[in-house]
Design a protein around this ligand. Structure first.
Ligand code: F6R
Length: 242
């Protein structure tokens, strides 16, 4: 795993956006794997600015998001569909047909996990997968204990993850209890993985990722087995790493 140490969140976002840019310039038919949450917001902001300024053609790009809450409609302001529309898809004027997220409102959620996994396979998998990391080491919504061989599946969210995400909702009770997420094996199938981490909250997770063992109790640890991982992390996130 390559670690790019940066000063702060802004620098992390600029580096990540440049990396995505280079990828699309080299391969216009890129399949991008995208994440939500607080961490990639700056990357999307910088990417949108750059795309406008340089008038880049994104018409051949396809995107797949990592996850979505079960039970939320795409129009729900807390859904990851909404987040992606707001921060990335609409500002870039991406066509709906180019962008995929699991449907948390699907009537048959198990069927939806299979459909999503098949769609990813049909598109040849992700060229670059952007990841954040949970304080407990989750990637996507793959909580500690998730099998490293998992594919897209439904998860019961940990109380700690619900609490961490409650800041985006009116209350803890409003945070959904389940989500659909790409599995760990699905993520590991990406040709390149770019993991972003910023701020003190991620200190412990980064230490365990970089210095700990590979173990299902810390999902992100599997990334050590991937041949092409780039970690872009700021000083605060790396402050416990020797
Ligand atoms: C989001 C996702 C999660 C987040 C993680 C960190 O699509 O898959 O794994 O990346 O929970 O969230 P933030 O960035 O809000 O700290």
């Amino acid at each position: 795993m390559d670690v790019i140490r940066v000063q702060n969140e802004q620098e992390m976002s600029e580096k990540a956006a440049s990396l995505l840019f280079q990828q699309i310039q080299q391969k216009p038919h890129t399949v991008l794997g995208l994440a939500t949450g607080g961490t990639p917001k700056g990357t999307y902001r910088v990417f949108v600015q750059k795309a406008e300024k340089e008038n880049i053609d994104l018409s051949h790009v396809t995107t797949f998001n990592l996850d979505e809450y079960v039970g939320l409609l795409p129009s729900d302001t807390h859904s990851y569909h909404y987040y992606m529309d707001e921060h990335f898809f609409q500002p870039l004027r991406l066509d709906k047909e180019q962008t995929y997220l699991p449907r948390g409102d699907a009537p048959d959620i198990e069927q939806e996990t299979k459909r999503y996994e098949q769609l990813i396979t049909q598109h040849g998998g992700m060229d670059v997968q952007l990841l954040g990391i949970g304080e407990n080491g989750h990637i996507g919504f793959n909580e500690p204990g998730t099998s490293f061989s998992s594919r897209t599946h439904v998860v019961d969210l940990n109380e700690s993850t619900r609490q961490a995400n409650a800041r985006y909702f009116e209350s803890l009770q409003a945070v959904p209890k389940q989500a659909v997420t790409m599995g760990i094996a699905t993520i590991m199938g990406s040709r390149q993985i770019v993991l972003l981490a910023s701020g003190e909250r991620k200190q412990e997770a980064m230490k365990r990722l970089l210095e700990g063992d590979i173990d299902e109790s810390f999902p992100a640890s599997i990334l050590k087995k991937h041949p092409y991982v780039t970690i872009i992390a700021d000083k605060k996130a790396l402050s416990l790493v020797s």
